[in-house]
Write a protein that binds this ligand. Sequence first.
Ligand code: NAD
Length: 356
Amino acid sequence: MQIFDQMNQYGYEQLAMFTDPSVGLKAIVVIHDTTLGPACGGTRIWPYATEDEALRDVLRLSRAMTYKSATAGLALGGGKGVIIADPHIHKTEALLRAYGRFVDTLAGRYLTTTDVGSTGRDLEFISQETEHVVGLPLSLGGSGDTSIMTGLGIYMGMKACAREVWGSDSLRGKKVAMQGFGKVASNTARHLLEEDAQIVVTDVYDGALDKARDLGIKVVAPDDIYDVRSDIFAPCALGGVLNGSTIPRLSCKVVAGGANNQLLSDADGEELHRRGILYAPDYVVNAGGVINAAAEVGMAYNPELAREKTERIYEVMERVINASKREEIPTALAADRLAEERLASVRDIKNIYRAR
Ligand code: NAD
């Protein structure tokens, strides 16, 4: 990979690599953009097959965090960390504390939290070495489990889409096909069940399916989820699931879910638009987690503020829909433009003050 070319093309500010062989640590932090505030994003602990794969992942994820915080109206920039390790085998206190010392060298330009492979318990170790951590457990004065607000935000995004497509934001009787039934999906499902929506789920993990069955939810095999007759398809597991082979199988009118980077490419966003399927851009509707974490930055955690801002995802989604209709562009592109406009306007103000 031509790293500087890639960084210049997408406006990355900083790429930092850190190693401590004594504890087996190989970590990368990417700070994409700090125009709006310190770069915030979780630390992913994953056994990447190659360094190149880890680098690509952290670059892509950090940029998505900039767009997520920008559309959510937060005073946060975008960043992300990865540790190349198997979280089930290599995660030790020594490794996490060494990572915490690395994060500390960035002097608050990067705030870390949990992601795939890292937990609130891990953050406790990291926070022994640096104060630049958000999302610690509630018992330690942090904002706790992010997936509760993420689930609420996805539900609000679905309602805004329903209003556009069916003329009412009620989800009563609507059929929602959920891919993955982990933390985010189950927190979304809670709201859907309260509103008497019908849910069908799939997962690759039997424990998750048992949880769904206990709630009276119908379960299908992983690959069958794309063919379920549904009103809303909710990807809540992996990225890249909206692509040339899956989109033709969808019968829904709305796609809205929690997974990051759902579109395999920009062309897949265009294809959904062409087929008349309303796509709720992932980073718009799954922002509840970072909104929750932002409600502890520079102050004591304020859960009311987190809830209120998460509920505003409904309005943000409406703005994205309106921009998409006005400019006749896919919603994914409309959301990118909203984020870029906010970033540009704040950069302009900063430049004016610098020039004085
Ligand atoms: P999780 O690990 O709790 O749940 C993911 C579930 O997906 C698991 O049960 C897993 O078995 C299942 N799964 C994996 N591959 C699958 C497949 N091929 N088919 C069906 N199911 C599959 O994770 P989570 O916290 O619920 O996160 C889900 C997604 O939402 C991820 O993409 C994550 O990056 C994104 N996200 C999470 C948050 C948050 O607050 N946790 C915030 C924003 C975005």
